[in-house]
Write a protein that binds this ligand. Structure first.
Ligand SMILES: Nc1ncnc2c1ncn2[C@@H]1O[C@H](COP(=O)(O)OP(=O)(O)OP(=O)(O)O)[C@@H](O)[C@H]1O
Ligand SMILES: [Mg+2]
Length: 299
């Protein structure tokens, strides 16, 4: 890569302050910088603080799980990290690049599978992946091979020529993983990547990501509500509740701290107080109410 970030450099961002333009950059990404450093990260929706002064450091090559109940602030954190939301306080650097100063450079280093399905249903599977390859600057000479191998890795070679509107939910999820991987990202961000997948597809997805991590030094940041996935695949996890990080450590350490034979489910309950946010006006319960209203509307 031919760009020079300022290793580890962060500057405080203020709400409403325009992000600096992506100017010309030269040099190389530092080999020493952590994959992600968040410091004092804060975001509010109106008067509700969804992310409250979060400090987070993820090292290169780690698979890091951000866990927490509905409404904890995981997706909001991820959207700031992936440049989609501007933080109202605090700083983020990704592989030594200040996200506020060089958002486009950060985007090129990231593969992102959002929580909500995002593939274009009116295109074929292959066209969706090709679109991402172009968007993320995969060199023209490599595009064909990279698109085909990303499709093959996700078991989508055969249906690749079909329109995505004919895909099942699980196939769309796998397609989105192919999209996220086509630019060989240094940081892969997965927001509930396996929701809706059958057990075999879930295992396939994780095994593929684990194999990729062994071949490259790709860092993975993921959220999941499946504690077995976090336990098996994460080197470290952070438990988030009501906008704050309550505990960070390896699954083994967090379980051991709770006592002999503790499970990750018990760790989750211990730090987050159950599965629904206790703030009835925001977070989990409100989300559930909203989902039920939508379900009724759709009949
Ligand atoms: N666009 C928005 N407008 C207003 N409030 C929002 C918006 N997006 C999120 N919130 C609120 O911010 C809080 C954090 O939401 P977020 O989506 O980050 O939670 P999460 O941890 O990802 O939850 P889940 O596990 O359900 O995906 C919740 O209370 C949510 O209702
Ligand atoms: Mg979420």
């Amino acid at each position: 890569m031919s760009e020079l970030p300022d290793p580890g450099a962060t500057t405080t961002m203020q709400a409403g302050q325009p992000a600096a333009a992506d100017g010309p950059i030269s040099g190389e990404v530092s080999g020493r910088a952590s994959a992600v450093v968040c410091s004092g990260l804060t975001y509010r929706f109106g008067t509700y603080t969804a992310v409250n002064n979060v400090d987070l450091r993820i090292e290169r090559g780690e698979t890091f799980g951000l866990l927490g109940p509905n409404g904890a602030g995981k997706t909001t954190t991820i959207r700031m990290l992936t440049t989609l939301l501007r933080p109202m306080g605090g700083t983020i650097s990704v592989l030594g690049v200040n996200v506020a100063e060089r958002p486009m450079l950060v985007r090129r280093m990231i593969g992102y599978v959002p929580q909500l399905l995002s593939a274009d249903a009116t295109l074929t599977g292959r066209e969706n992946v090709e679109l991402f390859a172009r968007l993320f600057d995969v060199p023209r000479s490599q595009r064909h091979d990279r698109v085909e191998s990303a499709l093959a890795a996700m078991g989508l070679t055969e249906p690749a020529s079909r329109l995505v509107k004919t895909y099942s939910g699980g196939m769309i999820r796998r397609l989105e993983l192919a999209q996220a991987l086509v630019n060989s990202p240094s940081l892969l961000v997965l927001d509930e990547p396996t929701v809706g997948l059958d057990p075999i597809a879930r295992t396939d997805v994780w095994e593929y990501i684990a194999a990729l991590r062994e071949q490259t030094d790709m860092t993975v940041l993921m959220t999941t509500h499946y504690m077995d996935e976090a336990d098996t695949y994460c080197n470290r996890i952070a438990l988030m509740h009501a906008g704050s990080i309550r505990a960070t450590g390896s699954p083994g350490l967090l379980k051991a701290m709770l006592g002999d034979g503790a499970t990750l489910d018990e760790v989750f309950r211990h730090y987050t107080g159950g599965t629904l946010d206790d703030n009835t006006e925001s977070g989990g319960i409100r989300d559930v109410r909203r989902a039920r209203r939508t379900a009724r509307r759709l009949g």
